[in-house]
Design a protein around this ligand. Structure first.
Ligand SMILES: [Zn+2]
Length: 323
């Protein structure tokens, strides 16, 4: 794993620490598919310093050009990140795409520093890229924990998919595409609900702070009439209909995490790992879901809404049961 520029030495230490912990949480099994996990590049960005992000894009692209370039690649996997992504100037011109700050890889078109994400496809690029945005220290040290776990969980999800596939097929099998009522929409409820939930859950367990866990999970269910839960229930839509657009994203992520908590309460934590580790063998999202959670995902949508309509105090009791 390689890294950094711009991020503080304290932030870098925290990223390293939480990476090691995430590795022992999700990648220590004999079944871990290391060919699809390593290398993980970490772009440790200072969110208040866009120039350092632009400098890091240059260093990163020099590395990608040398080591993940189809012209020189001998690897079994695609290893073509240089041509796929934004590094090769022959394939990508930032100005033409409305990007005036760097490459809009570690930056945003509006000149801000990019947020945390996994921005790569191991099969075609030949590496995983974890973009890590800094958090204020010491106040937000917890963010380094749960955000790193969240992003490593994404690497875990995709590391179970051995077969090369088109982007659409990959998005379909992980449930990002084709599980909404409008099958053309990309929807975060499952893929992000998983990562948000495990970010909170594992962080809280590791620092032994049930109260922190309850506070994080309570945020969308805070009893107010503007809570995400109220907005969600009055929307007339199901959790799998929320997209990445505008305000929808937060509902998809945070109530998606509640959907995972709801499933873990019924089927246990192992069921989620079983789902991911056998997903490819089952052949499709729908088949794997039905196998590990007893019935089709569509049938849980009303059950989940019924659960959310219970009094908040009753909903929150779930957290003590699964912690
Ligand atoms: Zn995510």
């Amino acid at each position: 794993m390689a890294l950094h520029f711009g991020e503080s030495i304290f932030g870098i230490d925290l990223i390293k620490e939480w990476l090691c912990i995430s590795e022992s949480l999700f990648f220590d099994e004999s079944t871990s598919n290391w060919d699809l996990i390593n290398p993980v590049y970490i772009a440790a960005l200072d969110r208040n310093n866009v120039n350092s992000a632009i400098e890091l894009e240059k260093k990163y692209c020099d590395h990608i050009e040398e080591f993940h370039n189809s012209r020189t690649s001998k690897d079994g996997y695609g290893n073509n990140g240089y041509d796929n992504g934004k590094c090769n100037p022959k394939h990508y011109n930032p100005q033409n795409e409305g990007c005036d700050f760097g490459l809009c890889l570690f930056t945003e078109p509006n000149g801000r520093v990019a947020g945390s994400s996994i921005s790569s496809n191991m099969h075609s690029d030949g590496f995983n890229l974890f973009i890590s945005n800094s958090h204020d220290l010491p106040m937000h040290a917890d963010s380094y924990g749960y955000v790193t776990i969240h992003e490593m969980f994404h690497i875990y999800q995709y590391s179970n998919l051995n077969k090369a596939a088109s982007r659409d097929d990959l998005m379909k099998i992980v449930g990002k595409l084709g599980t909404g009522t409008n099958s053309a929409d990309e929807v975060p409820w499952w893929i992000e609900g998983n990562a948000v939930f495990f970010g909170y859950y594992k962080y809280a367990q590791l620092v032994d702070d049930n109260e922190w866990f309850i506070n994080k999970m309570r945020y969308p269910i805070d009893g107010s009439k503007d809570s995400l839960k109220s907005k969600y229930l009055s929307s007339g839509k199901k959790i799998n209909d929320f997209t990445w657009n505008g305000e929808e994203k937060e509902i998809g992520y945070e109530l998606g995490a509640w959907f995972i908590a709801y499933m873990i309460d019924i089927f246990g934590e192992e069921s989620i790992y079983n789902f991911w580790e056998n997903l490819e063998e089952e052949g499709s999202f729908d088949k794997a879901f039905t196998k590990y959670f007893s019935k089709e995902y569509e049938l849980y949508m009303d059950d989940f809404d019924e659960f959310l309509r219970k009094p908040d105090s009753e909903i929150l009791e779930l957290l003590d049961r699964i912690y």
